[in-house]
Design a protein around this ligand. Structure first.
Ligand code: SAH
Length: 402
């Protein structure tokens, strides 16, 4: 192979190059025969087939199971500042329609591997950006990337929310704080589907708001007229606000986090809904609270179940399956005849097929005939590359229970 780049070379075992040729961006440790040139974490490397043929270029981290994350399949393309600038410009251009929509000021600007920028997540919240550097490769380029984001997006400030636990798998510490520019106000207001939400970018969960549910919240809102809504795992009540805006008669938010419920009250007030008359917040474990509702004979016309990721690893899959089944069974039991269930799973390991089977199991136990009205997914600002199906994680079913 030509050594024109002078980068360290990672050579694959025979027969392991197919995913690389098909542009899957991950090279796992088991595929690697040798590493020449002693790259450090985050360094660029060339990847070669067992025959010596050049295949791709990416960044390296021996501490991760994913030893190389691929950046380019074009041998002459250097992975320098201009390379990253092009990637960020392209990702932003794909969101031009969202950027032009005055009803939505918050969206994912860069979705890591799915936007050909492995390890990098950038969310836009009006004049601020929230960034996650999830791998050693982007961590090593942190200053460069912050500089480019400041130059290209001209934000008021950039918040670093690199406190996602996946960083530990890369040997990186967790970190969060202001990275550039001005501190966002703790009650920064974003707009989504024409509604208003205060968001605490420095103190909130994840990057402050679950942007991936925007489209599903709109759909739920459009179906909520005249319904009593149970919003389980409510976080700051974004589904509830959409439901009330769509004409729901009352919403019940349930979350284990008291702070999240306070955020929900603020979001309701922000949209001129009365948190006492039109809504209630119940702090507690959804599994227990829903059992309590059942014992009290409470009934809802719409139930939303948006739990956190139950399956973080294959070892957790059985327990997660049981958890999803339990909440769906409890949710179905609380539904009035012809009630609507909007049920989600954000566990990548739970496939859409498995999720449907789980909800089916719950419907059998609940003794309800359930129709799927729509299959739901993450919003278009969280695109899924066909060559990287791992980028798809959020799935939902909108169901009607007879
Ligand atoms: N639907 C929300 C996002 C939900 S995130 C939105 O649209 O913004 C998941 C939420 O579930 C978090 O707020 C977390 O505090 C809460 N949670 C996690 N486990 C829980 C449990 N067992 N009972 C109640 N809430 C839980």
């Amino acid at each position: 192979m030509s050594k024109s780049s002078n980068l360290p070379v990672v050579t694959l075992h025979p027969g392991k190059e197919k995913p690389v040729r098909q542009r899957h961006p991950w090279v796992f440790s088991g595929a690697i025969a040798s590493v020449d040139g002693q790259p450090a974490a985050g360094d660029l490397v060339d990847v070669a087939a067992a025959s010596g043929e050049w295949l791709a270029r990416g960044y390296f981290n021996a501490r991760s199971q994913i030893v190389v994350r691929l950046l380019t399949w074009e041998q002459p393309e250097p992975c320098d500042v201009d390379f990253w600038r092009r990637r960020l410009v392209a990702a932003a251009a794909r969101r031009a329609a969202l950027a032009a929509d005055p009803d939505t000021t918050a969206y994912r600007l860069v979705y890591a591997e799915s936007d050909a920028a492995p390890g990098l997540i950038v969310d836009r919240y009006g004049d601020w950006l929230a960034v996650q550097f999830l791998t050693a490769g982007v961590e090593a380029r942190r200053e460069l990337l912050l500089g480019l984001l400041a130059e290209l997006c001209t934000p008021a400030g950039i918040v670093d929310r690199s406190d996602a636990s996946v960083r530990r798998q890369e040997g990186l510490p967790l970190r969060s704080g202001l990275a550039w520019g001005e501190r966002p106000p703790a009650d920064l207001e974003l707009r989504e589907n024409g509604l208003r939400f205060p968001v605490d970018l420095l103190g909130g969960q994840k990057t402050g708001f679950y942007l991936d549910q925007r489209e599903n919240r709109r759909i739920v809102g459009q179906l909520a007229a005249g319904r009593r809504v149970l919003n389980a795992f409510s976080f700051t009540g974004a589904f509830a606000v959409n439901a009330l805006a769509g004409g729901a008669t009352h919403v019940t938010n349930v979350d284990s986090s008291y702070d999240a419920l306070l955020g929900a009250e603020a979001a309701l007030r922000c949209n001129r809904f009365d948190p006492d008359r039109q809504a209630e917040g119940v702090a507690g474990d959804v599994f227990q609270v829903l059992r309590g509702f059942r014992d009290e004979g409470r009934v809802f016309d719409m139930v939303i179940l948006d739990p956190p990721k139950f399956a973080r690893s294959k070892a957790e899959l059985t327990g997660a399956t049981r958890g999803y089944k339990d909440i769906n069974l409890l949710g179905l039991r609380l539904l009035a005849p012809d009630g609507l269930l909007a049920t989600f799973s954000c566990s990548g390991l739970v496939t859409a097929d498995l999720f449907q089977k789980i909800v089916f199991g719950a419907s059998v136990d609940a003794g309800r005939d359930v129709q799927i009205i729509a299959r739901l997914s993450q919003g278009a600002d969280h695109p899924v590359l066909l060559s990287f199906p791992e980028g798809e994680y959020l799935k939902g079913l909108l169901c009607r229970a007879a």
